[in-house]
Design a protein around this ligand. Structure first.
Ligand SMILES: *[C@@H]1O[C@H](CO)[C@@H](O)[C@H](O)[C@H]1NC(C)=O
Length: 312
């Protein structure tokens, strides 16, 4: 028999989040609730922006695209995690695992680029209002979108290129509820120290790097605005606070995940749940509760929906 060369472990098994019945029930309840809320909230944003002509501006297009990505992002791991909660044997195939890793990294990275583009959009709107529509033209928006998709795709393929050919022959237990790339690499029956480092450094650099760019651009906006007028400053602050909140909640757990020097699987799992379940839900909440136009559009959409239901 020749087992030296090829993978003989076709499936992986998740340890899951907890064995306690009470905690499983609690997780089931909260994850399902937040998952459904994320789907509804983000769908509502996509529909409002698409159907309300008042919201046809670059800022809302980018926001709708972020929501669109969130719809995908929250559906990569969460439904499976909820389904797995009460399963004894939480198995996933190698292909399923690779698919999860691909979409987690592709969507995550695309969202980071999009968040950076949204900061750029706010910079132009606040600091160069007269040139806003010429700079943020429809072509520019399309260019931003295509760039973000391509960068996300490249990052994800680059990460996967390291694992698809790894030989798996030994243990197949992942202490998680989704396919975590560094953990998967650890399972390969070959020396993986360097690979683990490269993969972690890659994701770490991307998230720390784009967070850094974002913080710099916000500081830049505030400094520019403050030089020109002090009334502009408070307006800029209120616009930016929503962005900064999203950025902190999006990157906080990620950066902690990649830079915290004392690995703890409990903490990692907790942060992963936070990122998978809560973050996609926060975008709609933060962007809409603070925004009159968005709220009006959503109300209108809901009224139309109710009227439509009454008529039919
Ligand atoms: C994404 O942005 C593009 C270009 O601005 C826009 O045409 C499109 O409707 C947006 N997508 C969604 C899902 O809103």
């Amino acid at each position: 028999m020749d087992v030296s060369n090829h993978s003989v472990v076709p499936t992986f098994v998740f340890l899951g989040l907890s064995n306690s019945w009470g905690i499983q029930l609690l997780l089931f309840f909260f994850s399902s609730m937040f998952y459904v809320a994320s789907l509804m909230g983000n769908l509502l944003i996509v529909f409002s922006v698409t159907y309300d002509p008042h919201l046809h501006s670059p800022m809302y297009f980018l926001l709708a695209n972020l929501s669109f990505l969130d719809l995908g992002g929250c559906s990569v791991a969460t439904p499976r995690m909820i389904y797995d909660l009460f399963r004894k044997h939480k198995a996933i195939s190698f292909e399923g695992c690779i698919t999860q890793i691909f979409f987690i990294h592709a969507i995550g990275d695309t969202e980071m680029v999009l968040l950076t583009a949204m900061a750029f959009d706010r910079y132009i709107a606040i600091c160069k209002p007269l040139h806003y529509l010429t700079i943020m033209s429809p072509q520019m928006c399309i260019l931003i979108l295509i760039t973000s998709w391509i960068l996300g795709f490249i990052h994800s393929v680059a990460q996967l290129a390291f694992v698809v050919d790894l030989p798996f022959c030994g243990p197949n237990i992942l202490d998680s509820f989704y396919c975590d790339l560094p953990q998967l690499i650890k399972l390969a029956c070959t020396d993986t120290n360097r690979l683990e480092f490269i993969v972690t450094a890659n994701s770490g650099l991307v998230s720390v790097g784009s967070c850094f760019i974002l913080i710099i651009s916000y500081i830049f906006i505030l400094v520019t605005v403050q030089k020109h007028s002090s009334s502009g400053l408070s307006k800029a602050l209120s616009t930016l606070s929503a962005h900064v909140t999203v950025v902190v909640l999006f990157f906080g757990p990620l950066i902690f995940f990649y830079t915290w020097p004392f690995p703890s699987s409990h903490l990692d799992k907790f942060l992963a749940i936070f990122d998978a379940v809560l973050t996609p839900f926060l975008n709609p909440v933060i962007y809409t509760f603070r925004n009159k136009e968005m709220k009006a559009a959503m109300k209108k959409l809901c009224h139309q929906f109710v009227n439509y239901r009454k008529l039919s």
